[in-house]
Write a protein that binds this ligand. Structure first.
Ligand SMILES: Cc1cc2nc3c(=O)[nH]c(=O)nc-3n(C[C@H](O)[C@H](O)[C@H](O)COP(=O)(O)O)c2cc1C
Length: 335
């Protein structure tokens, strides 16, 4: 991991992969974590290497809520309401039907909020410049926002004001712990991944943004941002701070990235976040500056398994002739 991130240290900001802030918040097997001293020591090796190479990193805090499984975490997952994920979850024992999560009590909510703050403190102890609260992609905070996964009748459910409460409390607690300048939040308005149906996206996000605005966060980060969508325009109009936008990319080419990035910047984004291409191109910044071709993104299978293959062995521009050979070798590996 230290090698992978160090190879990419010239990115403006690296938001490291999702780390679970508590044992019960774990989603898939072998994801990273930040709730014990050993996690701090492990991440420290990564942040030291990246800082030595001139890079800056935030750590993303991801509590999976109902996307957890006892076969992986040893715990029954917690969620706003006992509504299971439709389908299966990838666990330490392979794909298993999702379990019915336990509805969080008031004590669970307070402990989870405190867990995010403690994880943020550990992240800074581990050498990160800040943390990104993952409120996107159908994980616990997103489950609290969405009407189909939050069926609560107490002050944490029901109206928009109720459903944004948990996320706002998490962010406030993290800010109180490490300072607003060290905190970003990632959101995914309207995204239906992981069985999410918000129901009232157009009302939900303006209310969330209004509640987060006074905190003075480092940034707000919108996933799969469509610059023409009313919700994106409204967020930009309402959010006075730095706005990071992750584009929807049809093609993974230099021209397509440039076009998507320019459209987002023209619509008011301050920064463009890229996932697969920074994975596939250790020298992405140089390639985009030069207008040079990008590496083909390799099989998805290689993105979610351990080991260096698919993480540290993507060639730089100077080494590039080997990249097509690599794709052929991958086909055999994946098979
Ligand atoms: C291998 C892989 C791992 C990812 N891990 C995370 C993650 O930990 N947290 C997160 O918010 N998004 C994660 N994503 C989603 C990306 O951040 C990004 O939103 C998505 O890939 C779309 O952007 P892209 O078209 O630039 O790849 C991941 C994507 C990939 C391909």
């Amino acid at each position: 991991m230290a090698d992978h991130y160090t190879q990419r240290a010239d990115a403006g900001l690296i938001v490291a992969e999702a780390a679970t802030p508590s044992a019960v918040g774990q989603t898939n097997p072998n994801i990273t974590a930040i709730h014990t001293p050993a996690h701090v020591a492990g991440w420290r090796r990564v942040t030291d290497a990246v800082r030595d190479a001139g890079g800056r990193m935030f750590l993303q805090l991801q509590h999976g809520g109902r996307i957890g499984h006892p076969a992986t975490s040893g715990h029954l997952p917690l969620a706003p309401s006992p509504v299971p994920l439709p389908g299966t979850v990838f666990t330490s024992e392979g794909h298993r039907p999702a379990v019915v999560p336990r509805e969080m009590t008031g004590d669970d909510i307070r402990a989870t909020v405190a867990g995010f703050a403690a994880a943020a403190r550990r992240a800074l102890d581990a050498g990160f410049e800040g943390v990104e609260v993952h409120a996107a992609d159908g994980y616990l905070p997103h489950q609290s926002l969405a009407g189909n996964t939050n069926r609560r009748t107490d002050e944490y459910g029901g109206s928009v004001a109720g459903r944004i409460r948990f996320v706002v409390e998490v962010v406030e607690a993290v800010v109180a712990e490490v300072g607003a300048g060290h905190v970003g939040v990632r959101i995914a308005p309207g995204l239906t991944v992981n069985g999410i149906e918000e129901g009232d996206t157009e009302a939900l996000y303006p209310a969330l943004v209004a509640a987060l605005r006074p905190l003075g966060l480092a940034y707000l980060h919108v996933v799969y941002a469509d610059p023409d969508s009313p919700v994106f325009r409204r967020i930009r109009a309402d959010w006075p701070g730095t706005l990071v936008a992750n584009p929807v990319l049809g093609e993974l080419t230099t021209d397509a990235v440039r076009r998507a990035g320019e459209r987002l910047l023209a619509a008011g984004a301050d920064l463009v976040a890229l996932g697969r291409l920074i994975l596939a191109d250790p020298d992405l910044v140089a390639r985009l500056r030069l207008g040079a071709p990008l590496n083909p993104v390799r099989d998805r299978y290689l993105m979610y398994v351990g080991g260096a293959i698919g993480y540290t062995d993507y060639p730089t521009l100077a080494e590039s002739p080997s990249s097509s050979a690599m794709v052929a070798v991958d086909a055999e590996r994946v098979a």
